[in-house]
Design a protein around this ligand. Sequence first.
Ligand SMILES: [Zn+2]
Length: 346
Amino acid sequence: MPDLKDILGNEVLKDHFRTALQQNKVSHAYIIEGERGSGKKMIAAAFAKILQCETRQAQREKEGTDLTEACGTCASCIQVEHKNHPDVIWVTHEKPGVISVGEVREQIVGTMDVMPYKGPYKIYIVDEAEKMNPAAQNAILKTIEEPPSYGIILLLTTNRGAFLPTILSRCILLSMKPVPDGAIRDYLVNHLHVPDQTAQFCVGFSMGNMGKAVNAALSEEFLELRQFSVSVLQYIHEAEPSTLAEQVKNLKKWKESVGDFLDILLMWFRDVLVMKLAGGENEIIFKEEYLYIKKQSQKLSFESLNAVFLEIEHTRARLRANVNYDASLEVLLMFIRDKCNDGGNT
Ligand SMILES: [Zn+2]
């Protein structure tokens, strides 16, 4: 688990925490918003680690100064690292889709009044906090409004819109930002020893999301999905409807990561667009598929390409709304195929 200083990018957020630590103005409630894989848990843990650090505590008592990094070696730091610090509570929930009022009462409201066991703070980290239903949010409200001096709640979320206005107005809102491409590439190449070409693909795919980049670089399952996607895309302009239907069936294997499939599609057609704008082989991400990309760039008009981008996003929205999986993807692939053949070479 990295320390604050080791977390890439997100300077604004890190500076916010550092200033709060330095000036001893740590708030009692934070909302950290960011997409999946953007590093919310990492930054929350790093912040909790500093707050609980015994070295920091000792320095504070002795010299009145506030360190803004954890020492990493005291017993407390090691416990936070291993996720077993008694005063850093990771709130859990049983059902995948909801954090219930019972869970909030049992894990947060009911224990907040108990003094911390060893650290100066009692820190609650609620991941996927958007899953707290209104009853659960109401249950936590009073704790957020009138916390004990040692109490800190970190709500991590992909969507701050899911919170009641009463919760929002009581919390400091912070957002994770995309990490610069160069920083992600350096990390993949120098720390994870990912080959340059793969790293370049992962950087493009991640759109600044570190978790996504690392997963794309290391996961066998993702590699398979990528290869499968390319096999679909190479010949999509001449595929028979029955072939596309067959491919959609095969895609079922990756049902959980269909968003990744759509992202790969977007990247592919971004390459087609780059090629159309007279880009060279070096400017595209799917370098090995250069010839296919080039061919499709001649078949798709700018207008058709734009329609393809829109249709990919529409499909994403449909799948989120639980519209039939096979049907949605078949419609999408057929749509792309037809656009490749509408003769628009402009
Ligand atoms: Zn420490």
